[in-house]
Write a protein that binds this ligand. Structure first.
Ligand code: ADP
Ligand code: MG
Length: 371
């Protein structure tokens, strides 16, 4: 169990409930979820007179809230923190079909319906442009997927290559050989995202898999260099992780057998370990946090109980037949509220790329001066 301290802040947990779909309406399903703008959510067990179960979160949104409102109230602050040199993580959790991908990516060719990721792109580059001309920025993007406890590079030409996780004492867990692209504007980073999404669907077809069973992680790293009071350049590095998790529904519902069941168990390993990590971090008796037991939790280690500013968006469906899964999601989300992080600005990290570039330029200058 973690202790609260002055520098610590809780993981921010927000709920989003999608509208009843046309199919659900036609099938006669009813809405059992009610959301108040105070962050409260009420869920009523169908066909009973039980009083509704109540949960309270940092914020709760329903089908009346737009993509713009979701972005502003859950994520915009984190993007500006990342530009200051903090790490930030935004992740969508919930049952398949509840709107995780709608929330994170949204609809690409419908401006109003674009999700958090494309809006984050815009704010990152707005922030960069509005800053002093003396500040140098280097922005790069990477995109990976965890499927079946295998980590794959969505920007690599070789979609079959598995990647390993390694750890550095100062900067923590990283993905070895993960490719990245330096990007200079919104259109370039969008292109990177599109390449990744294309690779993702090619891989899905190749492996006969569904995106609802894999976890995807889009990362933007922002390095900024400014001249300090000492006249020397100082570099701050902020990393923004945007995660669309696999569906959290339990195995029994998917009806998987044979290979399907084995695969589901492995997929569940990352998600179930995520739940174990959340439980352990918020359990006063827990002595061990099982980060190392899955790829996902290793990669998100800093986001849960670490140095990152983290927002969890828990997506739920409104319909009666989703009651059990909705409650499950809300219970986990409730626990996550108690996770304490200690965000800090990453100053002058050894592996900053900008430093390498600056050193290179410095060397060239010296060579020129010597001619
Ligand atoms: P998930 O990624 O959790 O499996 P999706 O994002 O694919 O779920 O959403 C499932 C369906 O519901 C999609 O057709 C999506 O367009 C729709 N949907 C999800 N959330 C909303 C919302 N807030 N408003 C309108 N439609 C939504
Ligand atoms: Mg999805």
């Amino acid at each position: 169990m973690q202790k609260k301290s002055k520098e610590s802040e809780s993981v921010k947990v927000c709920i989003r409930c999608r509208p009843l779909s046309t199919g659900e309406m036609n099938a006669g399903h009813t809405v059992v979820v009610e959301i108040k703008n105070t962050g409260e959510i009420f869920v009523k067990r169908p066909f009973t007179d039980e009083p509704p179960k109540q949960f309270t979160f940092d914020a709760a949104f329903d089908w009346n809230n737009s993509q713009q409102q979701i972005y502003e109230n859950t994520s915009a602050q984190i993007i500006s923190n990342v530009l200051e040199g903090y790490n930030g993580t935004i992740f969508a959790y919930g049952q398949t079909g509840t709107g995780k991908t709608h929330t994170m990516a949204g609809v690409e060719d419908d401006h109003k319906q674009r999700g958090i990721i494309p809006r984050a792109f815009e704010d990152v580059f707005k922030g960069v442009q509005s800053d002093s001309v003396k500040t140098q920025f280097l922005i790069r993007a990477s995109y990976l997927e965890i499927y079946n406890e295998e980590c794959r590079d969505l920007l690599s030409k070789n979609p079959k290559k598995k990647l390993d996780l390694h750890e550095k004492p100062d900067s923590g867990v990283y993905v070895k050989d993960l490719s990245y692209f330096a990007v200079k504007d919104v259109s370039e980073i969008r292109e990177v995202m599109n390449i990744g999404q294309k690779n993702r669907s090619v891989r899905e077809t190749m492996m006969n898999a569904a995106s609802s069973r894999s976890h995807s992680l889009f990362t933007i790293t922002v390095e900024r260099s400014e001249i300090g009071a000492d006249g020397k350049p100082h570099i701050r590095v902020g990393k923004l992780n945007m995660v669309d998790l696999a569906g959290s529904e339990r195995l029994s519902k998917t009806g998987a057998v044979g290979d399907g069941a084995k695969e589901a168990a492995k997929i569940n390993l990352s998600l179930s370990t995520l739940c174990h990590v959340i439980s352990a971090l918020t359990d006063p008796k827990a002595t061990y946090i099982p980060y190392r037991e899955s790829k996902l939790t290793r990669l998100l280690q800093d986001s849960l109980g670490g140095n990152t500013k983290t927002v969890m968006i828990a997506n739920v469906g409104p319909a009666d037949y989703n009651y059990d899964e909705t409650l499950n999601t809300l219970r986990y989300a409730s626990r996550a509220k108690n996770i304490q992080n200690k965000p800090r600005i990453n100053e002058d990290p050894k592996d900053a790329l900008l430093r390498e570039y600056q050193d290179e330029v410095q060397k060239l200058r010296q060579q020129l001066a010597a001619i």
